[in-house]
Design a protein around this ligand. Structure first.
Ligand code: BEZ
Length: 221
């Protein structure tokens, strides 16, 4: 018979969209931080990578570094994480800087005790028991989780999609609209569908929006 302990499935909590970002304290490449006090009045894009000194992770982290000015323009702080020591992080940052000239100029959490990885559902034991999956958490200035991405160890993320998602969330908030399939900045946006018969009648005669039908209408912003 199998050892009782081996049969117990490891289940860690998964944060959900709409939750307040779980609070934690951590050591990063830029010093100590506490999530609830990090990047006040800004958005945070927090992302995990499986391991330092690995090829896919190096391309991804370089992508975040190279495109950091675009995150800055969207009032957003970057925050990396992996289950590696601070010395490993420093060695990797320096190694990539020496080899490619790209500098990871944002904090990277050394989650050596896996505390944050477990708190944020980044440790998915059927994928890896020791390395975080490739997660991305979009956290708004009120510290609410607004969008979550999880990628496996063997597939790198898409930086255009990460930036597009962030822009879409912020544009949706600002204009109280929704974003259609493949929305890109400059495209028309979806106005909320009417929720009363009176509003439906108003929509039918509203020529200021581009209507496909009464519940699907777009406008430029
Ligand atoms: C990589 O970044 O290349 C990698 C890391 C962990 C597992 C598989 C690939």
């Amino acid at each position: 018979m199998e050892n009782q302990e081996e049969c117990v499935e490891k289940v860690y909590p998964m944060p959900r969209i709409g939750d307040v970002a779980p609070d934690f304290e951590a050591v990063t490449t830029k010093g100590k931080m506490k999530m609830s006090e990090f990047a006040k009045d800004k958005w945070v894009v927090m992302f995990s990578h499986p391991a330092d000194f690995t090829p896919v992770c190096t391309t991804e982290m370089s992508g975040f570094a190279v495109r950091k000015p675009e995150f800055d323009a969207l009032n957003t702080e970057l925050l990396g994480l992996s289950i590696d020591s601070i010395h490993s992080h420093l060695g990797w940052v320096q190694n990539v800087r020496e080899n490619t000239g790209v500098y990871f100029d944002f904090p990277i959490i050394a989650d050596i005790d896996m505390n944050v990885s477990k708190l944020y559902g980044m440790l998915q034991p059927n994928e890896s028991e020791t390395a975080a999956v490739r997660a991305v958490f979009f956290i708004d200035p009120e510290k609410k989780i607004r969008l979550i991405m999880y990628y496996p160890l063997n597939v790198g993320r898409n930086m255009d999609e990460i930036l597009r998602s962030l822009d879409a969330l912020q544009t949706s908030d600002k204009h109280k609209v929704a974003m259609p399939l493949d929305w890109q900045r400059g495209d028309k946006v979806i106005v909320p569908a009417p929720s009363t018969l009176e509003a439906l009648d108003e929509r039918l005669v509203d020529d200021s929006v581009e209507k496909t039908t009464w519940y699907l209408a777009k406008k430029s912003i």
